[in-house]
Every structure is written in structure tokens, then in C-alpha cells.
Design a protein. Structure first.
Lengths: 441, 549
């Protein structure tokens, strides 16, 4: 039941809509079949699987709206679910931000999902290989492998129909030396699990763990840094690039409470805020990071240029805010693509006289939304670079920096890599601000 | 934006974009009236649990526990003059955990029948048997005597679910109006309501029925200066509580005035949302023109509504035994307070630092009668006169530190998640000598008084941290002189607690807390409170966070 085909999903949604007595009704199905394994101290700690489908019904009477959901699909349950949404709608206050449901839309077809997925056995094998590699070197591995197939289907009383299936597998591993004096990290996400090499990623984390033993303290201050993609984007938490891109919201800017707010009123769309080498767009059709064809409202996604030659070209407009401002609404993308050059991280290191290589940043939190100042720390592999080579590991550092300043201080942009459903290049940045040392390993 | 380690108001202030992903509320939305219907009778629950326990034993389990969970949530979100979202959710199902020859197995189901629970128990046993292939150290479970049939309920006066939605909406919209009238341009407010109905049964002979209630009213008020493009926010000084709707009935006896000259009010077990919102509107506007701090070393006087978050990050997390042992190395991190470090008997802080863990404090969100593996909750010391004396541990961890009992701090965010060690309330004991915040300020020559929690960040072993706040006031020669902005302090856990000079007395003691403390992969959230009285720390490094972009 967990993954329905397009025909199965739409037939079910059509039946649900037939029970509606509301002015407008939108229904959606979300389902997943996923599995995970977690290990630590070179031993499996938990393993599990999830199979679920849920139906959501939104009923509207005029400007009043109600939502109900269920996860059983017999006719009686489906009818009850529709009735409940209608009852809640009748009790709800009128929404001053009401916009009518969308009619039929045309969608792109992002590159197809993988057909062969990991099983409990292949997940266990990947974890076992990762742990064996570490145990043989007297290292300790802690990792998490999670993935599977998901689908989403939408339909509404105005004739909108949408369906998409996707696959995704995430893997991350932290390797520590037995004495706890070195730590390394590697992470990857893929559409097709055949492209995931947990062993190679574990090897990379192991190399960083061994290389980070005997870290030296350096004075905090402004340094040239090479930020690997994992230091720029994080699928599960705030990140320097993610925080910037997810903050490009027109409404908060227009309301005067965003870094995109313009002095005197309005927003800074169209202004050059970054180095002219900064280009960031979204594209559901990208072969390496296929995206969602539609957002939760059923609005079609398409290629959108967000930052072009350092100029902010696009802000996120909800359907309500778009209508109020008489502009096109934005389907929020499932990921971003930052363009870059051809240099690998290793080549960026070769071209660096003095600097710091940062594997990963951690516990990033906003300090000042006005300037998008963030704080956080380096983690799991921080190295000093001199004359084009890594000289020695250094102790972790706390930074206080804004991605707006960071993207004005670009020295070089490397070759983009997939991370958290985005394409992110390693960046070489000058004058990156570190404010204190940490003893954490 | 999937994980929120410790969500403050940032999630709300971000607007509606990410609201559906707020953790802990991902259950099935239902009609609000459903939330008042009683759950299954204990006789029925006992029969269901026995079906699972018997099947597990028959299939070869040495130990089994069953958690029948019904989780009810309702949240109301508003902004300015309108309601953004009202969602009522329900989740019902059963999680079964078994121990077979030293290996854990877990399975869960939403189909709650005797036959299916027996089948799910057998599935858990088969998973445990499969996991034996990769087992390195067999699980050792601390012994636990069964309690028989017992029950526990959060001592509430009025269930928030019984209050009509209109009354809750009116309260939030009135608070919004108070903030807007007082100078705010925008306000987002919310009311989170949680009811966990939990039935736990184990092969030890416990049948525990619990009815747990929690509530959290909160807001963020923002003032903007269109001309300069500047904006500032002031968040609510409420706390999430283990109380009913009575928390929202103001009481003068439950309020504590901040030091003279600060115009701040702290709240104990009753909250005045309208007064706090009005003050927030005024203060958000005032923040637009406050003096920016001069960086340097200051003596800090920290209000409990601020200090709770620092306690959470620098004492709560490093004393979790699973982090200490390395189980969270790939996600939340490890801890500086290793078993080897503890054996050295080094100071964690000054002699004034006495930190206690508990799941008993009335009004705290950690307060329950029994934990999620059937252990009666208790109180125990973590830090005594500056020395680390114990960790937070559950049944399969006690033997690792040579102890015979669990601390009763196992928790699962729902029936479908497996229980593991979670942070109990971790609180700083108040001072034993009589002292008010005013008297504490009198002794400070050059300092800053901080109220309310702000930005927060700490490294993965819990050494280096940086905290902001909501309201900052300069202290000069024993007096509050003026409000400040752009303040954050950076320190190191041992250095910071080593600089602790002492706390005000019990009459100033208050709770801070959250619903959204995250740990584990896949991540689970849990609720935790942190109590303290106003406390002084000498010579802390303060930075200025203003930038030009």
C-alpha cells in the first residue's frame, strides 16, 4: 500500500473528492517505504523500517477552511475524513489571506527515480563494511544510512491533478580515533543507491580522523578558508548557504523584518548583494539533483534564477503575497544549484598560500536576523594550509560570520557536488571571522 | 530545516513557510472534539498488553515491554489580528520492545487488536534475533521490581483541551493587540497543548497508566523602523509547563520583578500573557535605539529565563551517558565529561554550583510518575559543590557506571519510536542565604544583567559556547544604568561554571524549558525544564554582534 502508482493514487483521490459537499476541496496523498540502520562504537545500535500512506483533505466554504487526515482507506473512513474536514471548516474563522484553489496545471517530469533500492540486508552490509574498515585500523565508526521511495499525489475540485515518485538515500559517518584525539566526517545523498559508496566515504572520514590527531591551537581572527560543501549546506539543520536561500522571502522583506528589507520600505530584489561570480538557481529537471515538479499547493516548479552575477533576481512569493503585490507566485524549490568552476577541493588547496580547510560546520544559529549574522563551530577535520599543502591539523574554532559578507569575499569557487538535494561547490573565502577556540574533538 | 535541536521562537518568526514541519506535532489532524473523548479503559489496555507480553515470551523473549500510546496535540497560531492555523491531532498505537539473549528488538503498529499486538511482538522478537548477528556486547538490564497496577496524572486544574478554541484564540489575539498598541509592528503568537495518554506494561509485572499534560503559550513581537530598515524582536518570557490552562491565569504571587531599573517581570507557575505582550511591544520598539554594547569582560547577572538554556547546553547535554559513551557521535556529538575525566575528580564549576536532575518538580515539563521503561521517577545529584558526581542513565546503562538502578529518564516521543535515554529536568539549586536580584546587582561593579533566552550555540563536546538573550542592561557600581543591544557572551563550560559566584534564594527560583529538545537518528524530540534562581558569573567575555552588510 505504501507506494501507489499514479493511476491508483488518482483513482483513490477522485473517490474522496466525490464525497465532498464543500465549495472547494483539495485532497493529497503522501506515502513512503523507507528503511534505516544506525551504528556507533563499531556496533549496530538501531535498525528499522517505515511504511506509511496518509490522506489529507482540505474543505472550504467561502473563506473558511478545514483540514482532516486519515491513514486508513476503506470507504467509511474516507467519508468520515471528508465530513470532519467540512465540520472544521464551518467552525473556522474566515481567512483574510484566502486565495482560490488552483485549476489544472502543466508539470515537468523530473528525471525518473531509481528502480533498485537498498534492503535491510544491503543496509546491514554497508554498515558492516563501514565498521570493519574502522575496526581494522583501531578507529571507531558511528553512522546512519536511511533511504527509500516516496510519492505524492494531489487533486482538487478545480481539476488540478499532480503525481510524483522519488527515491533518496542518505548516508553519513563520523570516525574517531580510539583515544578520542582525532575525528573525521563524510556525508552523501543520492537518488540512485547504486551510486552510494559507503566504504569510500568511511575511508575519507577515517583519513580525516587520523589526520586530525595532535591538533595545534591557532589565534582566532580573520583567515582565508576553504569551506567544503558540508560546511555550506546541511539537510537537517541551519547552514550558511541554506540559511541565506531559505531566507529569501518577499513578505518578511516587505514587512521590514529581513536582511532583504530596503531602507525606506520595500525589498532589495534586483540589488547586487554578492560577488558577481555568485550564481544560484533551482531546476527540478537537473539530472544530478532531480527536484519536485510541484509544491504543496500544486504550483508547478520550473527553472528559476535566484541570484545571478551577484544580483538577487528572485524572492519567494506565497500565492497570497503574490496576488497582493501583483506578481507571479513562486513554487518553493526542493533544492538549489550554485554554479562553480572545475577545481576540486584538493586543487583549491594547491592554490592557497595560507589558509584553513574546513570539513564541516556545526550548531549554526542566527545571532542577528538584520545582518544574517550566524555563529557556529568547525568540526571533524580542520586543517592549516601553507604553500598549497595541508601542514597540520588545528583545533576547532567558533565563527561569527554572515553569508552576505562571505559571498562578497570570494577568492575561488570549486566544482559543485551534490549535498542535501542541492549542488554546492567548495568555496575559498578571504577574511572569514573566527572569534574563539574550542577544545572539542 | 528538518531538525530543531532546541527551537525557540525562530521557527515562529520565520512565518508560515515551515510551520507544518514543527516536530512533535506531525500526527493526524482531527476534530477538536475528538480530543475530549476518553481513551481505552485500563482493563482493555491490560488485556491488549498481556496479549503482546505473552506472545513475546512464547517467542523466546527474556524481557518485553509494551507501550500503548494515545497522543493528543492541539496548536493555535496567530499573527497580528488573525488566526493562521488551528490544528488538532491524534495518534494512537503500540510500541513493543523485547530483549532476546542480550539483543534488543522493536516493532510498532497502529492496528490495536490482541491478535495484531501478538504478531507485532513476534516481529520484534525476530528483529532481535536478526540483530544478534551484529551484537558485540549483550544488553544488561538493571533489575526492576514490578509495581502492579498503578496510575499517575499531571496535577492540573483545567485541561487546556476542555477550553473552547474561541477562548484560546481570543487570548492570543488580545495579547497581539496589547503588543501592537505598545509599539510592536508585528507579532506571531502560539499556544501548544499536549496530552500524552500512556499505558506501560512489562514482563516485570508493571501495568502503569499515565495521563500527562503540557502547555506552552509563546510569542515574538517585532518593531521595525522603515526609514533606517532596522528591526528588532522581543520574545515571550513564558515557559513551557507541566500544567493545565490555569498557567494562563495571572497571579501576583507567581511573579518576580527584575532588578530595579530593568522593567522586567519573570514568571513562576502562572503567566500573565497580556502584560508580557504589552511589555514586549514597548521593549521591541525601544530596542531600535538602544546603545550597542562595548565588548569586554563583564560580571554577568543571569535571570532564570535566560540561564535555563545555558544549563541545558553546558550541563544537561554533557551529562547524558549515551553521549558520554559515543552513541551520538555521528549526530548530536559526544561529551568532554567522559568516564576518564570524571575519574580525575576535576572541578566542573565553583563550590557554588549544585546541579540536580529530576522528573518530579511540579509544573515542570519533565514531571511524570514513571519513565518509558516503567521506572518510578526520582531526583539525583549531577554536580555537588562543583564536582561531577553522576550522569543521566537508563536501565541498560546503569551497569556501565557500576550502578544497580536506572535514573528513570527513558523516553520515546511516541508509541512508534523506541525509547532511549533523554534529558530529565536539570536544575541549578538556588542559594541557601537570603538574596534578591536587587541585592545581587548591588554587589556588581561592572556588569550586564540578561533576561530571556536568545541565540545559542555550543560545540559537539560541550566546551565552547555562545549565548545571546532577549533583554540586556548595563550594571555600573551596583546599579542598573541603561539598556544595551548586540550582546552575546562566549565562554567555556568549565571556565564559566568556575566563575559562578552564587545564586539568589528559593523565592527567586523559576523554570525555563522547551518542547523540542532533539536527539537520535531518526531524530526524536523531548520536553525538558531547567530551574534556577538569578545567578552571578564573574569576568565573562562579552562580544558585540552588530555588523554592517
Amino acid at each position: 500500500m505504501a507506494i501507489l502508482s499514479k493511476d491508483e493514487a488518482q483513482a483513490l483521490l477522485k473517490k474522496v473528492l466525490s464525497y465532498s459537499t464543500a465549495d472547494e476541496c483539495a485532497v493529497s496523498l503522501n506515502g513512503r517505504t523507507t528503511g534505516n540502520i544506525r551504528y556507533a562504537r563499531n556496533s549496530v545500535s538501531t535498525a528499522g523500517s517505515q511504511n506509511s500512506v496518509s490522506l489529507a483533505v482540505e474543505s472550504r466554504f467561502g473563506k473558511r477552511s478545514g483540514v482532516a487526515t486519515c491513514n486508513e482507506f476503506d470507504d467509511a473512513t474516507l467519508k468520515r475524513c471528508v465530513q470532519r474536514a467540512e465540520e472544521i471548516a464551518k467552525l473556522a474563522p474566515e481567512s483574510p489571506e484566502y486565495v482560490p484553489l488552483l485549476g489544472p496545471q502543466t508539470y515537468v517530469s523530473p528525471p525518473s527515480a531509481a528502480t533498485t533500492l537498498l534492503t535491510a540486508a544491503t543496509r546491514a552490509q554497508a554498515a558492516a563494511d563501514s565498521m570493519a574498515l574502522c575496526a581494522a585500523k583501531n578507529l571507531t565508526a558511528a553512522g546512519f544510512l536511511d533511504g527509500g521511495t516516496r510519492f505524492q499525489a494531489l487533486r482538487n475540485s478545480k481539476g488540478l491533478e499532480a503525481y510524483q515518485q522519488s527515491t533518496n538515500t542518505d548516508f553519513s559517518v563520523t570516525v574517531r580515533t580510539a583515544d578520542g584525539r582525532g575525528s573525521g566526517y563524510a556525508i552523501a545523498d543520492v537518488t540512485d543507491p547504486a551510486k552510494l559508496n559507503a566504504k569510500a566515504l568511511t575511508q575519507r572520514a577515517a583519513d580525516k580522523a587520523l589526520g586530525s590527531v595532535n591538533a595545534k591551537a591557532i589565534e582566532p581572527g580573520k583567515y582565508t578558508v576553504i569551506l567544503e560543501p558540508a560546511a555550506l549546506m546541511d539537510g537537517g539543520d541551519l547552514s550558511l548557504l541554506g540559511g541565506l536561500m531559505y531566507g529569501l522571502d518577499a513578505r518578511s522583506a516587505d514587512e521590514g523584518r529581513s536582511f532583504m528589507t530596503k531602507k525606506g520600505g520595500g525589498n532589495r530584489k534586483g540589488e547586487k548583494l554578492f560577488d558577481e561570480r555568485v550564481n544560484i538557481y533551482s531546476d527540478p529537471m537537473n539530472a544530478e539533483v532531480p527536484g519536485s515538479a510541484f509544491d504543496g499547493d500544486g504550483l508547478p516548479t520550473k527553472r528559476l534564477s535566484w541570484i545571478e552575477k551577484g544580483v538577487v533576481k528572485q524572492l519567494y512569493y506565497s500565492r497570497f503575497w503574490a496576488e497582493k503585490n501583483k506578481v507571479a507566485a513562486t513554487a518553493f524549490p526542493s533544492g538549489f544549484i550554485m554554479t562553480g568552476g572545475t577545481q576540486s577541493t584538493a586543487e583549491l588547496i594547491k592554490g592557497t598560500a595560507k589558509g584553513i580547510l574546513v570539513t564541516r560546520l556545526w550548531y549554526i544559529r542566527e545571532v542577528d536576523p538584520q545582518t544574517l549574522l550566524y555563529t557556529g563551530l568547525t568540526r571533524d577535520g580542520t586543517f592549516y594550509i601553507e604553500n598549497g599543502a595541508i601542514k597540520f591539523p588545528i583545533k576547532n574554532l567558533r565563527f561569527n560570520e554572515s553569508p552576505i559578507i562571505m559571498l562578497n569575499n570570494i577568492e575561488a569557487i570549486g566544482r559543485p557536488q551534490r549535498l542535501a538535494g542541492c549542488l554546492v561547490p567548495p568555496l575559498k573565502i578571504r577574511d572569514f571571522t573566527f572569534t574563539s577556540l574550542s577544545d572539542a574533538i | 530545516m528538518k531538525r530543531r535541536d532546541f527551537v525557540g521562537l525562530t521557527g515562529l518568526a520565520a512565518g508560515a513557510l515551515f510551520l507544518p514541519s514543527l516536530p512533535g506535532f506531525g500526527h493526524t489532524p482531527v476534530d477538536p472534539a475528538r480530543l475530549l473523548e476518553p481513551g481505552a479503559d485500563v482493563i482493555v489496555k491490560k488485556r491488549l498488553a498481556d496479549a503482546a507480553l505473552n506472545a513475546a515470551k512464547a517467542a523466546g523473549a527474556d524481557y518485553a515491554d509494551v507501550r500503548i500510546g494515545r497522543s493528543l496535540n492541539q496548536y493555535v497560531f496567530t499573527r497580528e489580528k488573525q488566526v493562521q492555523n488551528i490544528v488538532s491531532t491524534e495518534s494512537y498505537g503500540v510500541g513493543i520492545r523485547v530483549l532476546v539473549a542480550g539483543c534488543w528488538g522493536f516493532a510498532s503498529t497502529s492496528v490495536v487488536t490482541e491478535a495484531n499486538l501478538a504478531a507485532t511482538a513476534r516481529e520484534a522478537v525476530s528483529i532481535a534475533k536478526a540483530n544478534r548477528l551484529v551484537m558485540k556486547e549483550p544488553v544488561q538490564l538493571a533489575p526492576q521490581t514490578g509495581y502492579g497496577e498503578v496510575s499517575w496524572k499531571t496535577p492540573i486544574q483545567q485541561s487546556a483541551f476542555e477550553v473552547p478554541i474561541k477562548q484560546k484564540v481570543d487570548l492570543l489575539l488580545t495579547a497581539n493587540a496589547a503588543a501592537l498598541d505598545a509599539g510592536a509592528n508585528y507579532i506571531n503568537s502560539a499556544l501548544f497543548q499536549v496530552n500524552e495518554q500512556k499505558y506501560f506494561a512489562s514482563t516485570d509485572g508493571s501495568y502503569i497508566d499515565q495521563d500527562i499534560h503540557r502547555l506552552w503559550p509563546t510569542f515574538s513581537a517585532t518593531a521595525v523602523d522603515t526609514k533606517s530598515g532596522k528591526f528588532r524582536s522581543r520574545e515571550s518570557l513564558s515557559a513551557p509547563v507541566g500544567l493545565g490552562f490555569e498557567y494562563l491565569t495571572p497571579s501576583a504571587a507567581e511573579q518576580v520583578r527584575g532588578p530595579q531599573g530593568t522593567d522586567t517581570i519573570g514568571y513562576k507557575l502562572r503567566y500573565d500573557m497580556l502584560a508580557d505582550a504589552a511589555l514586549a511591544g514597548k521593549q521591541a520598539k525601544a530596542k531600535l535605539t538602544m546603545k550597542s554594547v562595548t565588548p569586554g569582560k563583564y560580571d554577568l547577572v543571569l535571570d532564570p529565563g535566560h540561564l535555563g538554556l545555558t544549563i541545558h547546553e553546558s550541563v544537561g547535554h554533557p551529562t547524558e551517558l549515551d553521549r558520554v559513551l559515543g552513541y551520538e557521535a555521528n549526530f548530536a556529538g559526544t561529551s568532554f565529561a567522559t568516564l576518564e575525566w570524571k575519574a580525575k575528580n576535576l572541578p566542573y564549576g565553583s563550590k557554588a554550583v549544585n546541579i540536580v536532575a529530576d522528573k518530579l518538580q511540579p509544573g515542570s515539563v519533565g514531571n511524570v510518575g514513571y519513565d518509558d521503561e516503567g521506572v518510578k521517577t526520582r531526583e539525583w545529584d549531577l554536580i555537588k559543590e562543583g564536582k561531577l558526581v553522576n550522569y543521566q542513565k537508563i536501565r541498560d546503562q546503569a551497569h556501565i557506571v557500576g550502578q544497580k538502578e536506572s535514573d528513570g529518564c527513558a523516553y520515546a516521543q511516541s508509541w512508534e519510536d523506541v525509547q532511549f535515554q533523554r534529558m530529565p529536568n536539570v536544575s541549578l539549586r538556588p542559594g541557601t542565604a537570603k538574596m534578591s536580584p536587587d541585592e545581587m546587582v548591588k554587589g556588581v561593579d561592572k556588569g550586564i544583567y540578561i533576561a530571556g533566552a536568545g541565540s545559542f550555540s555550543i560545540d559537539q563536546q560541550r566546551f565552547n559556547f555562545q549565548f545571546g538573550g532577549q533583554l540586556f542592561f548595563a550594571i555600573e557600581k551596583g546599579k542598573i544604568t541603561e539598556p544595551l543591544e548586540d550582546v552575546a557572551y562566549q565562554s567555556n563550560t568549565q571556565e564559566f561554571w568556575g566563575a559562578c559566584q552564587g545564586s539568589c534564594d528559593q523565592s527567586d527560583y523559576r523554570l525555563f524549558g522547551t518542547f523540542f529538545d532533539g536527539k537520535g537518528q531518526p531524530s526524536q524530540v523531548s520536553s525538558v525544564s531547567h530551574g534556577s534562581a538569578t545567578t552571578r558569573f564573574n569576568g565573562v567575555n562579552v562580544i558585540n554582534t552588530a555588523r554592517k552588510v
